[in-house]
Design a protein around this ligand. Structure first.
Ligand SMILES: Cc1cc2nc3c(=O)[nH]c(=O)nc-3n(C[C@H](O)[C@H](O)[C@H](O)COP(=O)(O)OP(=O)(O)OC[C@H]3O[C@@H](n4cnc5c(N)ncnc54)[C@H](O)[C@@H]3O)c2cc1C
Length: 465
């Protein structure tokens, strides 16, 4: 074998995965068709609370915070504000930061942990048997590994090579994207507005640049039609009622968005994660966040599969599909819902939208649910029958004895046994996917709660008592 795991694609999903696998001691090689040093096109700019927690558990969140702007509320459609200030997390905001900053930190971590990177290396084909997967790259060379993960984006070659379909449809065409400087600062840090069948979204990068995404319902042109600043300004005026004196630009493009999801994220020894497994519109800023969390779910399971006996391997690998496919489905629904609420034309829809917004604004539990969905803090995984009610739920960043936090204990990439203070260490059997209980990190909680938790490397409860 040339590697334990080959990861195809060094976007945010592949980088989390490569770092997690290498931290767990696996030999991992990342194949990326882009030349070294060429940034992935800047697309995502919103990092939500659950992703920040995940980055915190890898020692990267505090550094990322210095690169972006914290936005504590989302103002949607003029009248609706979703506050993130009371999210049950250390991160009570969305961080607006360019995708390349997230990738830079993840890349550094993966390299430090020992992941190997090969650039200018495009995967063109792959075959697998009972023992291994062999990939072929554009220059004709081959590489053999025990497992392969396609994190190669929406047009995934890996997905095509193993024959997994990608059903769905285009949901919005001819959106424009502009990174601009403004003469006047908007009153709200993050604004989304829909008006006259148009949609406008404006967010700050925190360094003087703003990202504008707009859509004009009556203008449907091909993606290669150039975008000029006048078009951007006119959509901004139609939706946000101001173009804020948009001036210098550094990036202008036109794009479309599809809603698609692979029915299965696995074919034998080959897995899909991130945009290779699911795509949707940018509404909600959920794509990169969901991809990184797919990787956090899959990484420790693959690392465990390399060490577990045959009989136990299947269950832990199957749990990736069981846990992440429903999350992908819900993300498509949430993102699609936001987009449709914003863009459907007509006075009846506008009236319904008004009523719905009024309802969401007034009813605290609905507002809270919306915040938990967008931030992904509300994600919980299926619980086996008879298991403790906490199994499958996300563990908040508990304070631990000695002044540290759970996020810090998770940085070793292992299971963490969190025992109550002052009591003898409780017995807790080996959890599904746990290769060796002797490797657990042991910690005592400092919040007075007497529940013992066995926490998975991705921060969800494996067992509790
Ligand atoms: C306008 C816009 C705004 C967005 N805003 C947000 C946001 O605010 N928040 C958010 O969470 N998401 C957002 N997204 C979505 C986000 O950008 C994607 O979900 C994210 O980049 C997916 O990461 P990934 O690693 O799965 O795939 P990608 O980032 O697409 O990375 C795939 C990598 O694989 C490489 N590759 C492809 N094929 C091959 C091959 N055959 N061989 C080798 N390498 C290959 C590519 O070069 C690339 O580096 C936005 C998207 C758009 C278009």
């Amino acid at each position: 074998m040339d590697a334990d795991v080959v990861v195809v694609g060094a976007g945010p999903t592949g980088l989390v995965l490569a770092g997690d696998l290498a931290t767990a001691g696996a030999r991992v090689t990342v194949l990326e068709k882009r030349p070294a040093g060429l940034s992935n096109l800047t697309r995502a700019f919103a990092v939500h609370a659950r992703s920040l927690e995940m980055l915190d558990a890898r020692g990267l969140a505090d550094e990322l915070l210095t690169k972006g702007q914290q936005v504590p509320s989302l103002r949607l459609f003029q009248r609706l504000t979703i506050s993130l200030a009371d999210l049950p997390s250390r991160f009570q905001y969305v961080l607006v930061v360019p995708q390349y900053e997230v990738e830079r930190l993840l890349r550094r971590r993966a390299e430090e942990a020992g992941a190997g990177f090969r650039h200018d290396t495009e995967v063109t084909a792959l075959v697998q048997d009972d023992q291994s997967v062999t990939v072929t790259t554009a220059d004709g060379s081959t590489l053999r590994a025990q497992y392969l993960v396609g994190t190669d984006g929406a047009r995934s070659t890996v997905r095509g090579a193993v024959g997994i379909p990608f059903p769905g449809h285009a949901v919005i065409r001819s959106m424009v994207l502009a990174d601009v400087r403004l003469a006047r600062e908007p009153a709200d840090p993050l604004t989304v507005a829909a008006a006259n069948s148009s949609l406008g979204f404006l967010a700050p990068f925190g360094d003087g640049w703003y990202r504008f995404i707009g859509w004009h319902g009556n203008r449907d042109v091909g993606e290669d039609e150039p975008v000029d600043l006048d078009e951007v300004r006119s959509i901004a005026r139609a939706t946000l009622h101001d173009d804020y004196g948009m001036g210098e630009t550094r990036f202008l493009s036109r794009f479309h968005a599809d809603e698609r999801q692979a029915p299965t994220y696995r074919a034998g020894r080959v897995f899909l994660a991130g945009d290779a497994a699911h795509v949707h519109s940018p509404a909600g800023g959920l794509g990169m966040n969901t991809g990184m969390q797919d990787a956090a779910n899959l990484g420790w399971k693959l690392a465990a599969a390399l060490r577990l006996p045959d009989a136990e391997r299947a269950a832990v690998l199957d749990s990736y599909q069981a846990e992440r496919h429903p999350v992908g489905k819900q993300v498509l629904r949430a993102s699609g819902g936001i987009l449709r609420a914003a863009t459907l034309p007509g006075p009846v829809v506008a009236a319904v939208r008004g009523v719905a917004i009024g309802l969401v604004s007034r009813v605290a539990p609905i507002r809270r649910r919306a915040a938990l969905t967008v931030s992904a803090l509300g994600v919980a995984y299926p619980r086996p029958g008879g298991a403790h009610p906490l199994v499958g739920t996300r563990v908040p960043d508990l304070p631990l004895e000695g002044g540290s936090r759970l996020a810090e204990a998770l940085r070793a990439g292992r299971f963490v046994l969190v025992a109550p203070a002052g009591a003898p260490l409780p017995e807790m059997g080996r959890a599904p996917g746990e290769a060796d209980p002797a490797e657990r990190v042991l910690a005592r909680r400092a919040d007075g709660d007497t529940t013992t938790l066995l926490v998975r490397p991705d921060g969800y409860v494996a067992d509790a008592a």
